[in-house]
Design a protein around this ligand. Structure first.
Ligand code: PMP
Ligand code: GLN
Length: 368
C-alpha cells in the first residue's frame, strides 16, 4: 500500500525507455473535437471562477438526465478518484470493516485505510471472474459498514448482472450496509449493452453511492471530471466531505462535459465503434501470436493468461522484462491484489491507434 502506484511506475518506465505504453489506461485516439471545442469556447465565453460546490447546475442536470435521477443527487468531483475518496471518507469510521472485491482498483485500499477502516477481501473467480455471493455473505460481520463494487471491473472487464446486484442488495438491506459502486467503465461495454447500475436496483437505490467519470466516457482521462450520485441524504454526506477535499472542479471543463453529454446516441455509438475496432485488433493480433487472451466485456483492457500462453507466471517480473526487453509496457494483474494471486495475468490497454497496436503485437510476438 506504500510506494508509487504501478500506473505511474509503468508510464515512467515507458517514457524513459521509449517503450509503447499499453500499461496505464489512456487512449492515444478518439479524443472528441466536439467536446474539446466546447472547452475552448467555455474558457473564453463562460466563467473561469469557482462554480457551485456541488457542480455546475448544467452538468448536474446532464448527469441526472443520463441516469434518470434528480440533479440534487449528483455531486461533481475532480475525477472519479475524488468521488471515491469523498464517499469513503464520508461513510467509513475508524474500526469499520469494508468489503472489497479483488482484483481491485489500486486506490480503494489506501483510501479505506486513510479513513481508519479495515478491508475484508473477497476474490472474483477466474476464468469468468464471477462474484460468489456466499463468499461475500461470509465476509460480513457486525462491523461491516460498506461494500465496494466495481462494475465493469478494472482489470478483468467483468460486469455484475442484475441477479448478483439484487443478491448484494438483499444482504446490504439485511445488515444495514452501504454500497459504493465504481461504475467509471459503464460506457465501455462494447456490445452496446448498458450495464446494470446500483441505481437500477430498488434495494440498493437509497444505500448506494454510484461513481462515474467523464474521462472514460469522452476519452479525456486528463480532464479529471467525475461524479458521485446518491439519494439526497447520502449525497449530503458525500458533499460535506467533498467540500474540504477539492471544494470544486474546473468550471470550463464542467461546461464542456455538460455539452458532451448532450451529444446524441449516434455520436456515442460511433465513439464506441472506435473501441470495438481497437479491441478486435489487439485481441486478434495477440491470439495469432499465441497469447491466451481472456474474454472481457468492458473497459479498455484485455488480460492475458500467462501460464496458458506458455510464459513464466510471475506477472510482475514479466512486465518488467517486457518493458525493458520488448519495449512494451503492461500492467501485472497482481498489482490489483493485496495478497499474491494464484495465477499470473498481464493487463494490456487496447485504446490505441491501429499502428500503435500492430507495432506492440509485433514486439510481443518477437519476445515469445
Ligand atoms: N476507478 C476505476 C476502476 C478506474 O479504472 C479509474 C481510472 N482508470 C478511476 C476510478 C479513476 O477515474 P478518474 O480518472 O476519473 O479519477
Ligand atoms: N485507471 C487507469 C488504469 O487503470 C489509470 C489511473 C491511474 O493512473 N491512476 O490504467
Amino acid at each position: 500500500m506504500s510506494g508509487t502506484t504501478i500506473f505511474e511506475v509503468m508510464s515512467g518506465l515507458c517514457r524513459d525507455l521509449g517503450a509503447i505504453n499499453l500499461g496505464q489506461g489512456f487512449p492515444d485516439m478518439a479524443e472528441p473535437p466536439e467536446v474539446i471545442g466546447a472547452a475552448q469556447r467555455a474558457l473564453v465565453e463562460r466563467s473561469n471562477q469557482y462554480p457551485p460546490m456541488r457542480g455546475l447546475p448544467e452538468l448536474r442536470g446532464a448527469v441526472a438526465g443520463m441516469y434518470g435521477v434528480s440533479a440534487d443527487e449528483v455531486i461533481v468531483t475532480s475525477g472519479a478518484t475524488e468521488a471515491l475518496a469523498s464517499a469513503i471518507l464520508a461513510l467509513v469510521r475508524p474500526g469499520d470493516e469494508v468489503i472489497c472485491v479483488q482484483p481491485l482498483y489500486d486506490a480503494y485500499l489506501p483510501l479505506v485505510a486513510r479513513a481508519g477502516g479495515v478491508a475484508r477481501l473477497v476474490n472474483l473467480r477466474p476464468p469468468a471472474w464471477s462474484l460468489d455471493l456466499e463468499q461475500l455473505a461470509g465476509a460480513i460481520t457486525d462491523k461491516t459498514r460498506l461494500i465496494i463494487l466495481n462494475t465493469p471491473n478494472n482489470p478483468t472487464g467483468t460486469v455484475l448482472d442484475r441477479a448478483t446486484l439484487e443478491g448484494i442488495g438483499a444482504l446490504a438491506q439485511r445488515h444495514g450496509i452501504y454500497v459504493l459502486s465504481d461504475e467509471v467503465w459503464e460506457a465501455t461495454v462494447l456490445d452496446g449493452g448498458k450495464p446494470v447500475s446500483v441505481l437500477d436496483i430498488p434495494s440498493l437505490r437509497d444505500r448506494s453511492v454510484k461513481v462515474g467519470s467523464a474521462g472514460k466516457i469522452f476519452s479525456l482521462t486528463g480532464w479529471k471530471i467525475g461524479w458521485a450520485v446518491a439519494a439526497p441524504e447520502l449525497a449530503e454526506r458525500v458533499a460535506a466531505s467533498h467540500q474540504f477535499i477539492t471544494f470544486t472542479t474546473p468550471t470550463p471543463l464542467q461546461w464542456a462535459v455538460a455539452e458532451g453529454l448532450a451529444l446524441g446516441e449516434a455520436w456515442f455509438a460511433a465513439h464506441r465503434a472506435r473501441y470495438v475496432e481497437s479491441k478486435a485488433r489487439l485481441v486478434s493480433g495477440l491470439t495469432q501470436a499465441g497469447f491466451c487472451v481472456l474474454p472481457c466485456a468492458g473497459t479498455w483492457f484485455v488480460t492475458v493468461d500467462l501460464a496458458d500462453s506458455g510464459l513464466p507466471a510471475q506477472d510482475e517480473a514479466l512486465a518488467q522484462r517486457l518493458v525493458r526487453e520488448a519495449g512494451v509496457g503492461s500492467i501485472p494483474v497482481s498489482a490489483f491484489y493485496a495478497d499474491r494471486p494464484e495465477r499470473g495475468y498481464l493487463r494490456l490497454c487496447h485504446a490505441k491507434r491501429g499502428d500503435t497496436l500492430d507495432q506492440a503485437v509485433e514486439r510481443l510476438a518477437g519476445f515469445r
